[in-house]
Design a protein around this ligand. Structure first.
Ligand code: SAH
Ligand code: SF4
Length: 366
């Protein structure tokens, strides 16, 4: 690649901007709303497709910006409707995002659609991850870099467009792809704001869930931003020794500090904080752990999501037995905790939790 194309390739994406910011960039400012409409409602691919913009503005935009910073390089389809996307960034790094079908479409007796299917997009926030959890495949590749707001926003836009999902159809976002969202809080919070723009994708903060491995100071920071998003805490263990084995940064952010931060977090009164509990065979699947979990969550409007550990080549951890999972879940429910067992989607294409990772060139070609 020569230097000129490289420079052109690295132009900034227009999706880095909220509508107000864009109004300060393009003049007259009403053009910003038109650009938003073409980008987020019509899903156009280039500025020259923005038919009602004057030629001079199109040239100006072309000169300074690009539209979508992502390219789909691979798509894997699961038999449960899950689609895993491998996306390439401008600097040729790759990330994964997952399209999840949460509910099948419902037909009435005349065969007409009475309720449309419901989808969730699992979004990445970093290339790799610094946290280094011992059970997570993303962690194995180390950390490369944070994603920009536009690279976060464009994952949703790209997947909606590819699935012909109209801009005004509802969608949920879970920040549960590659990376630790709260370790990239500035760019994450900007992306959350861009998603909620009424003239853009208009995805309400309530439809967005930030999953964190528990950076307690950043939970406070996210709370003080009052964005209205939900949080999910990757708890996984009820005593600090095991949690530190699983999530090394538990040394700096121990269980107690996380629980205290959650208690301070502004939560919609009708909602609950989700605690994710990754169940690993012989490690944390016993009833003693379940008992401690109940005690730990006393006084918090919580719901627990039990996740089967998804094994991958090279890991010593094992998937728990179904009966142990059910016993654990029944025990929590019997003691008044809301509890669900995560129905792992896309297992056949390694799109399930913790199975996302950066790909090298050989893997992309396979
Ligand atoms: N970094 C954030 C969000 C991304 S990970 C976090 O840790 O919360 C999303 C979820 O996948 C987390 O709950 C994580 O613990 C879980 N996960 C990671 N590796 C997994 C594996 N091998 N099997 C099942 N779940 C896993
Ligand atoms: Fe990072 Fe989350 Fe994986 Fe831990 S589980 S290494 S925090 S992506």
């Amino acid at each position: 690649m020569n230097t000129l194309t490289k420079r052109v390739d690295m132009k900034e994406s227009i999706m880095n901007y909220t509508l107000d910011e864009l109004k300060n960039i393009v003049k007259p400012s009403f053009r910003a709303k038109q650009i938003y409409g073409w980008t987020y409602h019509k899903y156009v691919e280039s500025f020259s497709d923005m038919a009602n913009l004057p030629k001079t503005l199109i040239e100006e935009l072309d000169d300074k910006f690009i539209l979508n910073p992502l390219k789909i390089v691979k798509k894997e389809l699961s038999n449960d409707g899950t689609i895993k996307y491998l996306l390439q960034l401008q600097d040729e790094k790759t990330i994964e995002a997952v399209w999840l079908k949460m509910k099948e479409e419902q037909l009435n007796s005349n065969g007409e659609v009475s309720q449309e299917a419901k989808y969730t997009i699992c979004v990445s926030t970093q290339v790799g991850c610094k946290v280094g959890c011992s059970f997570c495949l993303t962690a194995k590749g180390g950390f490369t870099r944070d994603l920009t707001p536009s690279e976060i926003v464009a994952q949703v836009l790209t997947l909606k467009k590819d699935n012909k999902h109209k801009h005004n159809r509802k969608i949920n976002i879970v920040y549960m792809g590659m990376g630790e969202p709260l370790d990239n809080l500035d760019n994450l919070s900007k992306a959350i704001k861009i998603f909620t723009e009424k003239d853009g994708l208009a995805i309400g903060a309530k439809r967005q869930t930030v999953s964190t491995s528990g950076l307690s100071n950043k939970i406070d920071q996210l709370g003080s931003m009052d964005l209205g998003v939900h949080i999910a805490i990757s708890l996984h263990a009820v005593d600090d020794d095991l949690r530190t084995e699983l999530i090394p940064m538990n040394k700096a952010h121990n269980i107690n500090s996380i629980i205290e931060a959650v208690k301070r977090f502004p939560i919609d009164t009708r909602k609950r904080v989700m605690f994710e509990y990754l169940v690993i065979k012989g490690k944390n699947d016993d009833l003693n752990s379940a008992k401690k979990l109940i005690k730990l969550l006393t006084g918090i409007k919580a719901k627990v999501n039990l996740i089967y550990f998804n094994p991958y080549p090279g890991t010593d951890y094992e998937r728990p037995l179904k009966e142990d999972m059910t016993r654990f879940s029944d025990f929590l429910i019997k003691h008044g905790l809301l509890c669900t067992i995560r129905d792992s989607k896309g297992i056949d294409i390694s799109a399930a939790c913790g199975q996302l990772k950066e790909k090298n060139k050989e893997e992309i070609a396979s």
